[in-house]
Design a protein around this ligand. Structure first.
Ligand SMILES: [Fe+2]
Ligand SMILES: [Fe+2]
Length: 194
């Protein structure tokens, strides 16, 4: 992996993200590193992907769509309605241009961390899961211990469990579901039989 200036990345993120988001970012980073250890995956790569996964959260709401237009990023109908979803696509662009990340696996994990997708790579699964289970989530979301345990033993099952909860939650709210969220959920629930 490329040489990483952790201090510089951390300081840049601290300057651009609000305090809560920065705390979450560190939580995802060390949780991703721990999950990587359990699965024999590259720990530093998982740590870095976790650090950067929400780097575009600093882009103000009103600038998200214009910024996508500027960089030729396609915006779906669902993303137009819920621009929060765009921080995944914008995150890829910012990780690449501002943080100098060229690793396709890391960029992929940023791209898919919000909705997931069928057949995710190991790193995509690690970041998707770490984003959901990192310890700071406990302040507003009840996460069953079982989900956290599966993160360290069965990535597919853990993804399926998280996706099922998210799809269930979105179904009961007025928020429009990104179609990839449902596709990913169907795929992992079928794969693991849950
Ligand atoms: Fe995010
Ligand atoms: Fe996040």
């Amino acid at each position: 992996m490329q040489d990483i200036n952790w201090k510089e990345i951390e300081e840049k993120l601290k300057d651009t993200l609000d305090e809560e988001r920065f705390r979450h970012t560190l939580g995802v980073s060390y949780t991703a590193a721990a999950i990587a250890m359990a699965h024999g995956y590259d720990v530093q790569k998982a740590r870095l992907a976790g650090m950067l996964h929400d780097c575009a959260k600093s882009v103000p709401k009103e600038k998200r769509i214009p910024m996508c237009e500027e960089y030729g990023i396609e915006v779906s109908e669902c993303e137009k309605e819920n621009t929060g979803l765009l921080h995944s696509k914008l995150g890829v662009m910012i990780a690449d241009r501002i943080y100098g990340i060229s690793d396709e696996e890391i960029l992929g994990s940023i791209r898919w961390h919000t909705t997931g997708r069928p057949e995710m790579s190991i790193l995509e699964q690690i970041i998707y899961i770490a984003d959901y289970i990192e310890p700071n989530r406990d302040t507003y979301l009840e996460i069953p211990a079982e989900i956290r345990q599966y993160a360290f033993s069965d990535l597919d099952r853990c993804c399926a469990m998280i996706m099922k909860r998210i799809v269930g939650y979105l179904g009961s709210s007025s928020k429009k579901k990104d179609e990839m969220t449902e596709k990913a959920c169907d795929y992992y629930c079928t794969l693991t039989g849950i």
